[in-house]
Write a protein that binds this ligand. Structure first.
Ligand code: 2PG
Ligand code: MG
Length: 428
């Protein structure tokens, strides 16, 4: 049984230059692993609490010394010398030690770093690849079968909180629908990205300056211009929109929803009008996935959104669900969505994220495994997406090393396993 010898935390910097948490777990066997955790900007209100120092004199209050102190102090003190039968036992101990519903005492950043570092150390102790260990954790058995590689949904254009809010829609993503392999999906997406960069230079007289997740972020006139330009880039790269390359969008609607209205492109839309707007986009553009088409607290209208677009595009919940099993249960019950955006730091332990994944699967939902806008060079997310058989992976653009670390790891896993790319979306 894996026995924890030592836990150590370190404050490091993420891709935005903001502090985040790294943890190293050493087991009694000598196996040792280090993990870094990401951080969001367009966060859901129901996410577990990311503990920040709130000292305005240092990193504008965003320091993580308290979270790191919790790893080196109370978490190490409580867990060192103890043996844990499995990941669930370790995570239970962390949840009990924290004692709050949202990890507010120790910090979800501290708790998740330990949860993941333990997983990676145990994988090393078992001498199995991390993706296999993740698969075994989800299945609850060793040597669980691996199914497929996730199809990447790759950031092309950015807006919202990741790009200074020049346009309300947060992401327009490229889906290499006809790609047969990860290698092909990345090459196709890179071709679209380069075509888009040329188009942006000509149309907006802009260099290829990129947003938080590496997407292009010119001053689009509105959502429609963003989507028109994406389709133009697909064509310019020589692909047939919809058939070879499709689009996914993260509307991130929570961030422009106030007083019951969606403030989009100069309009103040009612929820019904917002749903119609999205349906109109689906009629015009090859969109196969719509994330957060409505706001996180607009529960009353999500079922109507699903009824309007379900079957044509995924109705993907991010802020709505926050990888939170209770919220996912409610969404399943109310037919509010049909796909889960899974971000482990929204909930704070691997075991709770696994429960979220199992719930979604049992309801017949698709699962998109997602990075955060503030990432690190760590690549564990690629292993998680393969181990948990994510249908999609969302990591950001094909630029910037904190994004490419995950794509490069997916290429290595593809070469190692020969797994096929998941069949989605269905060929037209
Ligand atoms: C999202 C994520 C990733 P953030 O909204 O889906 O794109 O953003 O990490 O800022 O929450
Ligand atoms: Mg989102």
């Amino acid at each position: 049984m894996p026995t924890i010898h030592q836990l150590r935390g370190l404050e490091i910097l993420d891709s935005r230059g903001r502090p985040t948490v790294q943890a190293t777990c050493t087991l009694a066997s000598g196996a040792r692993a280090t993990v870094s955790v990401p951080s969001g900007a367009s966060t859901g209100a129901a996410e577990a609490l990311e503990l920040r120092d709130r000292d305005p004199a240092r990193y504008r209050g965003l320091g993580c010394r308290r979270a790191v102190g919790h790893i080196n102090g109370p978490i190490h003190d409580a867990l060192a010398g103890r043996a844990f039968a499995d990941q669930a036992a370790l995570d239970q101990a962390l949840i009990a030690l924290d004692g709050t519903p949202n990890k507010a005492r120790l910090g979800a950043n501290a708790v998740l770093a330990v949860s993941l570092a333990f997983a990676r150390a145990v994988a090393a102790e078992r001498n199995v690849p991390l993706y296999q260990h993740f698969a075994d954790i989800l299945a609850g058995t060793p040597n669980a079968a691996l199914r497929s590689l996730p199809r990447p949904t790759i950031n092309l254009f950015s807006g919202g909180k990741h790009a200074g809010g020049q346009v309300p829609i947060q992401d327009v993503l490229v889906v290499a629908a006809s790609a047969q392999s990860m290698d092909e999906a990345l090459a196709m997406t890179a071709a679209v990205f380069m075509a888009a960069a040329d188009l942006i230079r000509d149309r907006y007289a802009m260099r290829t300056l990129t947003a938080d997740e590496g997407g292009l972020a010119p001053p689009f006139a509105g959502a429609q211009a963003m989507l028109d330009d994406a389709v133009a880039a697909i064509r310019a790269a020589g692909y047939l929109p919809g058939h070879e390359v499709a689009l996914a969008i993260d509307v991130a609607a929570s961030h422009f929803y106030h007083d019951g209205r969606y403030h989009l492109d100069g309009d103040a839309l009612t929820p019904a009008q917002m749903i119609e707007r999205i349906r109109g986009w689906l009629d015009t553009y090859p969109i196969v996935s719509v994330e957060d088409g409505l706001a996180e607290d607009d529960w009353a209208h999500w079922p109507a959104l699903r009824a309007a677009i379900g079957g044509r595009a995924l109705v993907l919940g991010d802020d709505l669900l926050c990888t939170n099993p209770a919220r996912i249960r409610r969404a399943i019950h109310e037919h509010a969505a049909d796909a889960l955006l899974l971000k482990v730091n929204q909930i704070g332990t691997l075991s709770e994220a696994a429960e979220a994944c199992r719930l979604a699967r049992a309801a017949g939902w698709r699962v998109t495994v997602s990075a955060r806008s503030g990432e690190t060079e760590d690549d564990w997310l690629a292993d998680l997406a393969v181990g948990w058989a994510g249908d999609q992976i969302k990591v950001g653009s094909v630029t910037q090393s904190e994004r490419l670390a995950k794509y490069n790891r997916l290429l290595a896993i593809e070469a190692e396993t020969g797994l096929p790319l998941v069949a989605w979306p269905a060929p037209e």
